[in-house]
Design a protein around this ligand. Sequence first.
Ligand code: SAM
Length: 289
Amino acid sequence: MSSLSDIGTIKAIMQRHGFSFSKGLGQNFLVNPSVCPRMAEMGGANADSGVLEIGPGIGVLTAELARRAKKVVAIELDDRLIPVLDETLAGFSNVNVIHGDALRLDLAGIINDNFADCRNVAVCANLPYYITSPIIMALLESRLPVSSVTVMVQKEAADRICAPVGSRESGALTVAINYYSQPRMLFRVSPGSFMPPPKVTSAVIRMDILPEPEYDVGDEEIFFAMIKAGFSQRRKTLANSLTSGGFLSKEQAATALADADIPPNSRIESLSMDKLAELSVAIQKLCKN
Ligand code: SAM
């Protein structure tokens, strides 16, 4: 099989299978031959590892992962691509393609069933951008036994995820991701690297999963509810944003902020991870009293 990043090859495959791109499913396929090998190398594919891929498309990244990893499981939602993948990945005996929605499948079960003989498991994917945040959060929140998550996302999402917590560029997603992992920017990818080219620039990021969260936030549900309330009104002072949507009363917000030694006119975007954890614990103390 000639290179799966070759435009002529892709067109021939599409014609043979009567396939056309679905914008709704975020189908922009990589045609820059240098991107997939770099992603696979930097995404933790090696002789001992199992790799979970979400959205293989016609299998261009899957093939690079399969060349390096012990085993690859690729989950594809579009049923039209399953016969395509049967053809393009026929030369690899270490790939298992699963037809389904990555947001609905039991990923822990899939990892258990497929990667028992692998020393570690990594996620590596060129994500469909319409579900970037839910997919990343599903991977992190469910505490899957994976050591890293390397994904291509829109550059704006990558900048936000990799911004320091406590900076203007940070957001609720930045905090959540930094709670579970250590994110870092790997490299940018231009629109011309895809067919069809998207309107936005993309970037590949890697999140190394922490064995345990580094911050004691107390009850995680309350911590994340606080983050949601705070960032939903991020330009307001914390005294105001914490009362939004009825999360806390004015008195409760004032007491918790004083307890965590945070000036009431601070904004949530200026708080470090330490301070956010302290505030979360102060709120929980207050709920118990
Ligand atoms: N990996 C290929 C590449 O790099 O050329 C294709 C990437 S394309 C950006 C995203 C892929 O995700 C498409 O193949 C699309 O059909 C698939 N997809 C979209 N939503 C999905 C979902 N919920 N679960 C699994 N795959 C999905």
